[in-house]
Design a protein around this ligand. Structure first.
Ligand SMILES: Nc1ncnc2c1ncn2[C@@H]1O[C@H](COP(=O)(O)OP(=O)(O)OP(=O)(O)O)[C@@H](O)[C@H]1O
Ligand code: SF4
Ligand SMILES: [Mg+2]
Length: 310
């Protein structure tokens, strides 16, 4: 059984501008996926594709408008408060911005201890010991305990965020662009840290990034998201070596180290056309692509794609 199973998940936002009439943004529009224990699922797609919304909805920080979320076999949308509290003790999130995500008025030790206090998971002495162990685990000195966030660089702050997320020994972490705000050299160090932590503690990650290179460094499997939908899902190896969806090919072609180039065609992307939502940008588009949306189809074991070419 998968640790997390999401079926046909939908999330809509009502947006109302001063001059515009109220409209609906279908940020997540029928997503199904699973994540196994000890696994990293990478979620990649350009800005506005719904990655953060999907990650937050899975953690019940955003209310879905449809679909189901199962964690450890429990239907999270139809369960009691006690079970939900137990769920919240098993999941955490790490955000992108290392500056706004840490309370500037709290010392590092207290920041890291905060989830343990919220969940009343240990007494004071044990919490202090645990925080010192976590500082060591994420590669920060014990002296960080009494310092405020301003004393640290962006990369060090993300280490603090990771330590905080790990404090209650979660089974699942949503890492939402956790390295995107950092220098390339620091990014690699943090990605390696996340991998090491997974090896030691067996946590599962939903790792979100707009950068396929970053995702490919850490994920076991990769889901490609476009305008609210998953359009391709495969093992890292298959997705990088043989991307099928024209959008995945486009994402890969913009990785400079790869000698693959697909000429990009611009058009008006739209989530509300009847057919394939990549149609306006697709260089392989056919007539039928305009009329009906392609469904995800398994084309080889574990490799699914939503495109009429397959
Ligand atoms: N709180 C909100 N209220 C209204 N619309 C929202 C809200 N949050 C997100 N959206 C809209 O939902 C869509 C998906 O946004 P989301 O932040 O999930 O995308 P993303 O893939 O994480 O993008 P990015 O790479 O920029 O972080 C976008 O059109 C966005 O404008
Ligand atoms: S279904 Fe058609 S328009 Fe959509 S990605 Fe495939 S070929 Fe392109
Ligand atoms: Mg986001």
């Amino acid at each position: 059984m998968a640790l997390l199973q999401v079926n046909d998940l939908k999330v809509s936002y009502k947006s109302s501008g001063f001059f515009r009439k109220q409209s609906e943004v279908r940020a997540v529009d029928g997503v199904s996926l699973h994540i196994d224990e000890h696994e990293t699922l990478g979620l990649v797609g350009e800005s506005g594709s719904g990655k953060s919304t999907l990650g937050r909805t899975i953690l019940l920080l955003v209310e879905p408008s449809g679909g189901s979320i199962f964690f450890d076999g429990i239907d999270l949308l139809h369960t009691d408060g006690r079970t939900l509290r137990r769920f919240r003790r098993q999941v955490q999130i790490v955000f992108q911005d290392p500056y706004s995500s840490l309370n500037p008025r709290m010392k590092t030790g207290n920041i890291i201890a905060d989830p343990m206090r919220v969940h009343r998971s240990a007494d004071r002495r044990a919490i202090r010991e645990r925080v010192l162990d976590l500082l060591d685990l994420v590669g920060l000195p014990a002296s960080a305990y009494d310092k405020y966030p301003y004393a640290f660089s962006g990369g060090q702050r993300q280490r603090i965020s990771i330590a905080r997320a790990l404090s209650i020994s979660p089974r699942f972490i949503v890492a939402d662009e956790p390295v995107s705000a950092l220098d390339i050299s620091i990014q690699a160090q943090l990605l390696n840290l996340l991998k090491e932590i997974q090896e030691k503690q067996g946590v599962s990650y939903l790792f979100i990034s707009h950068d396929l290179r970053t995702v490919a460094f850490i994920a076991h499997r990769i889901a490609v998201m476009y305008l609210g939908r998953i359009v391709e899902l495969a093992s890292r190896k298959e997705l990088i070596a043989g991307p099928l969806h024209p959008y995945t090919q486009l994402l890969l072609s913009s990785i400079p180290s790869k000698q693959r180039r697909v000429p990009q065609q611009y058009g008006e992307p739209s989530a509300y056309i009847r057919g394939c939502r990549f149609y306006p940008r697709c260089r392989s588009a056919m007539d039928r692509c305009r009329d009906q949306e392609p469904r995800m189809k398994e084309v080889s074991p574990g490799h699914e794609v939503a495109c009429y070419l397959y």
